[in-house]
Design a protein around this ligand. Structure first.
Ligand code: CP
Length: 301
């Protein structure tokens, strides 16, 4: 694996290897020397709490040098292009560039402009592959083997890179997916990706996991639901709608009281904080997978 730009870059064996590697890293409580002397560049041109912090910590736990740059406060503010930013920072010989960008396809461009391994940390509505991997890890830790698992993904699928990556990842490991939400937020023809769709919330009834998506108001150019209040009333996940034994996940950040009732988010069936924790181990595993087998550049003194 040269880059991780999309779940489509991975085979089932590679997914299983990353999850197994993350499992072993979760039991280690000391800093590992794996990436000593290597530079990991974290470029976040779109806001993030979980992904940016966990990639930074993951690289540090593997003893890498870490540089983190956000658009605000950098020369991007002065109009510097993405290409010039990458060419400039490449002079420090990064081994990996982790990039989040509002533009779908930006990480592919970064991979063209740099010799580093590139990890997509979320690009527009396109992909968020490490989120899907940490979600699989969280499900596997809670429920065991993923083959045959039934996951309902609920809500704003249309604008969700998380849903696109997770749907692909679940299909890769042999799990079944049902997308549930208002018809306006279910992409037309999405069943071709190997999932079922439903517009009534009762369809979550037989799922093992209810995966709740954030209503992405910032990516909606027009009204897709009459109001958030009506959305919450018809598709919001409340204690009454979750059956005993069902587990609930959300990638964060949550709109409490819109797509997810706070009593569920904070309740015993919620895996929301386990997902955050899994992000650290899975991102360590991804960096190790990408870089450990890739020799560092020889530096001439
Ligand atoms: N799930 C996720 O990508 O969260 P952040 O936007 O906080 O990184």
């Amino acid at each position: 694996m040269r880059h991780l730009l999309s779940i489509a870059d991975l085979t089932r064996d590679e997914v299983e290897r990353i999850l197994d590697s993350a499992r072993s890293l979760a039991t280690v409580d000391e800093r590992l020397p794996t990436l000593r002397g290597r530079l990991v560049l974290n470029l976040f041109f779109e806001s993030s709490t979980r992904t940016s912090s966990s990639f930074e910590l993951a690289a540090k736990r593997l003893s890498a040098d870490v540089m983190s740059l956000k658009a605000a406060g950098s020369s991007v503010d002065k109009g510097e292009s993405l290409e010039d930013t990458i060419l400039t920072l490449s002079q420090y010989d990064p081994a990996a560039i982790v990039v989040r960008h509002a533009q779908a396809g930006a990480p592919q461009l970064v991979a063209r402009w740099s010799d580093a391994a590139v990890v997509n940390a979320g690009d527009g509505k396109h992909q968020h592959p490490t989120q899907a991997l940490l979600d699989l890890f969280t499900m596997r830790e809670a429920l065991g083997p993923l083959e045959g698992l039934h996951v309902s993904i609920v809500g704003d699928v249309l604008h969700s890179r998380v849903a696109r990556s997770l749907l692909q990842a679940l299909a890769l490991v042999g799990a079944r997916t049902t997308l549930v939400g208002p018809p306006t937020l279910l992409p037309r023809g999405v069943e071709a990706l190997g999932c079922e769709t439903a517009t009534e919330i009762e369809a979550i009834g037989d799922a093992d996991v209810v995966y709740v998506l954030r209503m992405q108001r910032e990516r909606m150019e027009s009204a897709y639901v009459p109001s958030l209040r009506e959305y919450a009333a018809r598709w919001g996940i409340t204690p009454e709608r979750v059956r005993p034994g069902q587990l609930v996940m959300h990638p964060g950040p949550m709109n409490r009281g819109v797509e997810l009732d706070g009593r569920v988010a904070d309740g015993p069936q919620s895996l929301v904080l386990a997902q955050v924790r899994a992000g650290l181990f899975v991102r360590m595993a991804v960096l190790r997978e990408l870089l450990a087998a890739r020799p560092a550049l020889e530096v001439v003194a």
